[in-house]
Design a protein around this ligand. Structure first.
Ligand code: TRP
Ligand code: ZN
Length: 896
């Protein structure tokens, strides 16, 4: 098979090194929106490590061919095809010049070179470079790039590319140019250019070794007042990577550019990160505490890629988790350090809890559906569909397990060895694992299964206390339950699982832990290395039956089955020294209650709540020794989506009824405590996005949201209205509006209308805030008189709606389809019909975004029969109409 033909399925086992290497790339751009001419000069040579090929096959998409030359002489023996170009009978080493053109103005895919708000941007990962010029567009081909940009000086005063600016100047006809040189070899997916009317916040800092660095955050002029936090986040990222991993910024200049049309969060192009505006722009009036935290995390993530992704990159796209799993792990550790320092375990725990929530709700669901795949997939049709929760979030958990096994120092040794061996190379997940193993003198052969087995492992736990022998045995069994067929097919044997455990006595204190055969007790949390299908660990010197605290800090991405009693869960929630497991105990208690109620709701039986949850929640709410942010997380019920996934047949209506019932019961029973928590957690004075202040706001706004559930929500309406009017920050303003919308649904009275109108008028010129306005309405509760889909349909016709802008499409369509399950899964199938219309419309504009939306129906087989049939009909309609490889892969796998 030639490099340019596109087979339907790409397989990992088919990897072969490229027949040619490209040492240098010299690009010249004449930037014009409708027809940008690109001249590419490549120094090419045959790859000594590959099979001989007579012809050079290059990838190219949507390009107009203008001409080719070899060593400066026009060359006619070139064949162009739909997906690339073949240069026939080439010598062993030569200079190839290719001239072509593309149409950035018409590029709605936001992959390759495109125009947004009149400025030029690129997005090349994974396979966008081939939409700019013909190339060996694969990550194991690494080259040094020189880039010359030429454009109109008035319309495009700023011209940026990777690396260092080496020359700039004027040209005739009011044009100018800039020449950039990136000293580091890189794959084409890390190429970037930006051109347009932009301004920068600048800062000069000295890196750890004393070198001067120029940092810039480039935005449109009216957004300059929203760049400070991104700059601070960048400086913190640089410092943290120096201190924690000894990794320094390697370029003299590091740039971040914000763009409002962007398919994902951000992109780590060498020295020229390009970001979705959502992850750059923030000031107190426009961004919430969550936005501030997300910006810090994403700025960190992209910056950390400079070493984990760019200096050491992926050999092929099956290795994607090599850079993404590792870099997510690094950004999670960074955020934890920023919120609590590297050592404060209680403060770090809130970040851990948030990350595990996402993993369990999104990645576990992915693993249970038709897109289930291992962290290192074996095959794909469209690589853009594999930027998944599994590759990113489960991949991060896999990296975290090395640290759990070897400690922070052992992990650092592994990282050091990884860079020592592989700096400047394109490598595999196996190379990373080998570095970890060798640096720590351990055999990690079995650990490889974490990369090759799909599905969520389940660990069944049984315990036995022997009073006479004073021993406590814990028996662990691992398997996969009934995961999807795709998951079952990849199972090869037991995993190497770090299982952290503690034992708690009747007073709530941790027991010192001594395993059978050990001379003395060692610590109060032990990481058991669980490697067999079934294994028993026996603790000795145990004076009385303890309560086990299992999988502390979520030490592995698994489901633990253990039959705790309600009283035991309440005890753990009150006493476990492991903050993650304290939270976990409350969630288990709530999940149990909610699922029982959902079953009753589904059967049409009356709902009644037990006291266990009310008293447990009451204790957390009033426990002043717990941080507000922990209390907020502990008092938040599991999401409807997560709960529906736990049912044998997902029934969103029953889950919604049960969860609303519990929210109302908790609101009623604890009304005085909620009101007190509200008053006690107001944050007067100037807004500060610190974790402490955000924690107070979070708990206060959670209290407000519970109060809005009351039969008579007058208190909530009064507080929310006052809060809305007085707010000096977006966290409080948006939370107030959300509480009013909730009270509006509960009472049927128009209590949110004035605030909703004010919000739009006030922020009309702030697209990211208008996204919130759409999203708050798309996720609001519906009523029998006014189902949310009617609101959504009306908003689709709003002048500010724009399907071509991914953020806007997500704010309305995705919010409704993915974050409002009770309304989306309306019994009449109206949500699915809407979904199908939007997938089809997006498919014609932007296949990557369309495919993401398509995924919101992939779990259709797990729903109740009535819903299932309507979902299948919608999927079949989409399958019959869409054209892109992206959406086809999703819907065909879903229907298979
Ligand atoms: N590598 C990017 C990150 O995780 C994400 C990314 C992949 C991306 N493909 C993209 C971003 C396409 C935008 C568009 O940091
Ligand atoms: Zn990434």
């Amino acid at each position: 098979m030639s490099d340019t033909a596109t087979p339907t399925v790409i397989r990992r086992e088919d990897y072969a090194p490229p027949a040619f290497l490209i040492d240098t790339v010299d690009l010249e751009f004449d930037l014009v929106p409708e027809r940008t001419v690109v001249k590419s000069t490549l120094r090419v040579r045959r790859n000594p490590a590959a099979r001989h090929a007579d012809n050079l096959e290059l990838m190219g998409e949507q390009l107009e061919f203008i001409g080719a030359a070899i060593d400066g002489t026009p060359y006619e023996h070139v064949r162009t095809q739909e997906h690339g170009l073949t240069v026939l009978n080439v010598p062993d080493a030569f200079t190839l010049t290719l001239t072509g053109a593309c149409d950035p103005a018409a590029n709605t895919t936001l992959s390759g070179l495109y125009v947004s708000s009149g400025n030029f941007f690129t997005q090349c990962e994974a396979e966008g470079f081939r939409r700019i010029t013909w190339f060996l567009d694969r990550p194991d081909v690494m080259s040094t790039f020189t880039v010359t940009l030429r454009a109109d000086k008035t319309q495009y005063p700023v011209l940026l590319s990777n690396g260092n600016l080496i020359e700039e100047g004027d040209l005739p006809d009011n044009r100018h140019f800039a020449k950039w040189e990136d000293p580091f070899r890189k794959p084409s997916y890390l190429f970037a250019l930006v051109a347009g009317k932009l301004v920068a916040l600048e800062e000069r800092i000295q890196s750890g070794s004393g070198k001067e660095k120029l940092l810039q955050v480039w935005v449109e002029p009216h957004d300059l007042d929203k760049t400070r936090h991104a700059m601070d986040s960048l400086i913190h990222s640089i410092r943290w990577d120096e201190q924690r991993f000894g990794l320094e910024l390697d370029l003299d200049r590091f740039m971040i550019v914000a763009v409002s049309d962007f398919n994902m969060g951000a992109m780590e192009n060498k020295g020229l990160n390009i970001f979705n505006t959502k992850y750059v722009l923030a000031n107190p009036e426009t961004a919430t505490d969550v936005d501030f935290a997300n910006i810090e995390a994403v700025v960190g993530h992209e910056y950390f890629h400079n070493w984990t992704g760019n200096r050491v990159t992926c050999r092929d796209w099956f290795q994607l988790s090599l850079k993404e799993g590792l870099t997510v792990f690094r950004d999670q550790e960074f955020s934890a350090a920023m919120s609590g320092g590297d050592e404060n375990e209680a403060a770090r725990a809130t970040k851990r809890i948030e990350d595990v929530r996402v993993l369990r709700q999104m990645q576990f669901a992915e693993d249970a559906g038709p897109m289930a795949h291992p962290v290192r997939p074996e095959s794909y049709v469209e690589i853009n569909n594999f930027y998944t929760m599994t590759v990113y979030e489960k991949g991060s958990e896999v990296v975290r397990m090395y640290q759990t096994l070897f400690g922070r120092d052992g992990f650092r040794k592994g990282m050091d060895l990884y860079f020592q061996r592989h700096d400047g190379q394109a490598v595999t997940c196996d190379d990373f694992r080998r570095a970890m193993a060798d640096a720590n003198g351990r055999d990690l052969a079995q650990f490889e299964r974490w990369y090759s087995q799909a599905g969520t492992p389940r660990i069944a736990v049984t315990t036995r206390y022997d009073e006479a022998a004073r021993t406590y045995s814990v028996t662990l069994s691992q398997g996969y339950g009934n995961g999807s067929a795709a998951a079952r097919e990849t199972q090869k044997g037991p995993l190497h699982i770090p299982f952290a455990i503690g034992l708690i006595d009747a007073n709530g204190a941790d027991l010192p832990l001594r395993l059978e055969g050990e001379a003395s007790a060692q610590g109060t949390t032990r990481v058991l290395e669980f490697t067999e299908t079934q294994q028993t660990f026996t603790f000795v010197d145990v004076a009385a039956r303890p309560l086990p605290s299992l999988l502390r800090n979520f030490s592995a991405p698994v489901i633990v089955d253990y039959d705790y009693g309600n009283d035991e869960l309440a005890f753990l929630l009150a006493h476990d020294s492991d903050p993650f497991n304290r939270w976990e105990a409350g969630q288990r208690l709530a999940t149990r209650e909610l699922l029982a109620l959902a079953a009753r709701a589904a059967a049409g039986q009356p709902l009644q709540m037990s006291d266990a949850l009310v008293s447990a929640f009451s204790r957390v709410l009033t426990d002043a020794s717990l941080s507000p942010s922990f209390r907020e997380l502990a008092l938040m019920l599991p999401s409807e989506t997560y709960l529906a996934e736990q049912m044998s047949e997902s029934d969103p209506a029953a889950v919604h009824a049960a969860r609303q019932f519990v929210r109302k019961q908790l609101a009623t029973a604890l009304k005085a405590d909620w009101l007190a928590a509200y008053e006690r957690n107001v944050t007067p004075g100037a807004y500060e996005p610190t974790p402490e202040a955000a924690g107070h706001r979070g708990l206060k706004n959670l209290a407000l949201s519970y109060l809005s559930e009351l039969d008579d929500p007058a208190d909530a309406v009064r507080l929310a209205t006052a809060q809305y009017d007085a707010a000096n920050n977006m966290t409080d303003r948006a939370a107030a509006l959300s509480a009013l919308l909730n009270a509006q649904a509960a009472t049927g009275r128009d209590v949110a209308r004035a605030a909703l109108e004010d919000f739009y008028a006030r922020f009309e010129k702030e697209p990211l805030v208008i996204d919130k306005w759409f999203s708050l309405q798309a996720t609001q509760r519906g009523t029998a008189e006014r189902p949310t889909i009617e609101t959504v349909r009306a908003l689709m016709r709003h002048a500010a709606f724009n399907l071509k802008n991914p953020n806007r499409a997500r704010s309305l369509i995705f919010s409704f389809c993915a974050a409002n399950p009770a309304q989306f899964h309306a019994a009449d199938g109206s949500g699915y019909a809407f979904w199908a219309d939007q997938v089809i419309a997006l498919d014609a504009l932007n296949p990557q975004v369309a495919a993401r939306l398509a995924r919101t129906l992939e779990l259709w087989r797990r729903f109740t029969p009535a819903l299932r049939d309507k979902m299948r009909a919608a999927l079949e309609r989409v399958a019959a109409e869409v054209k892109s490889r992206d959406v086809r892969e999703i819907v065909e796998k879903a229907l298979a």
